[in-house]
Design a protein around this ligand. Structure first.
Ligand code: NAD
Length: 247
């Protein structure tokens, strides 16, 4: 589905991002995965190359907090592959503190990665996509971007903002043949969730109509569809992949 496409995936070293990288590789894309540290990037690359030594995958750890660094990193991808077709803005962090305990610096940190860095990556990637006739920008939102959540207000606020950025950029960039969409995962089984005790998970699962947590691959499948030409008339969409869960 992605043969000949070049993709960059932020937060690609583990969890949902790693599943997206793998799914894209399985479907013929060349992928540059980004992580916060070069050593975790290298570990992810090693795992992927063990799975299939023929996959076209490389990795980098640019500082998503710096527009100059992001632009330089994307420029190096363009120099290597001649283009960028797909930019996946997936890196994200959260905190669940109540408002009374919330450290204002944590709020800023969450907004900076979950929103501002998506703006930085989209700006630099769109300029490259426009040069070669278009592309796809995909963002990882969250189910809490529809309803909010009862604590940790910074995270849902950042994902509401991300949805706004997605819809606005879709309207702005359509004329350059750049589609912009987001996937809003529900509670998804990633490495982090493995540490959560069963007695915490079970009551959550009972509220999910499909009766199970999401798998990273469920989310990656939606990204694959949106990245592919099968979604050629879809832009500005926030697609829930959450088993109809509500927080
Ligand atoms: P994870 O913590 O397993 O992975 C996060 C990734 O982001 C890692 O690759 C990490 O290197 C990268 N990252 C973290 N801080 C970074 C920084 N400062 N600079 C650059 N990269 C950084 O997370 P996950 O659960 O796979 O979540 C991925 C995305 O999915 C996030 O945007 C998250 O908000 C969203 N999401 C997750 C769930 C879930 O249940 N897991 C649900 C809804 C939405």
């Amino acid at each position: 589905m992605l043969k000949g496409k070049v993709a960059v995936v932020t937060g690609g070293t583990r969890g949902i991002g790693y599943a997206i990288v793998k799914k894209f590789l399985e479907n013929g894309a060349s992928v540059v995965l980004w992580g916060s540290r070069q050593e975790t990037v290298d570990r992810a690359l090693e795992r992927l190359r063990q799975d299939n030594p023929d996959w076209q995958v490389t990795g980098m750890a640019p500082d998503l907090g710096s527009y100059e660094e992001v632009a330089r990193a994307l420029d190096s991808v363009k120099k290597k592959y001649g283009k960028i077709d797909i930019m996946v803005n997936n890196a994200g962090i959260s905190a669940r503190d109540s408002l009374y305990d919330y450290n204002p610096e944590d709020f800023d940190r969450i907004m900076d990665l979950n929103v501002n860095s998506v703006f930085r990556c989209s700006k630099a990637a769109a300029a490259i996509m426009r040069e070669h006739g278009g592309g796809v920008i995909l963002n990882t939102s969250s189910m809490v971007s529809f309803y909010g959540q009862p604590a940790g207000s910074g995270y849902p606020a950042s994902k509401f903002a991300l949805n706004g950025l997605t819809k606005s950029l879709a309207r702005e960039l359509g004329r350059d043949h750049i589609r912009v969409n987001a996937v809003a995962p529900g509670v998804t089984r990633t490495d982090m969730m493995e540490a959560v005790p069963q007695e915490v998970i079970e009551p959550i699962v009972r509220t999910i109509p499909l009766g199970r947590l999401g798998e990273a691959e469920d989310i990656a499948n939606a990204f694959l569809f949106l990245a592919s030409d099968m979604a050629s008339y879809i832009t500005g969409a926030i697609i829930p992949v959450d088993g109809a869960a509500m927080t």
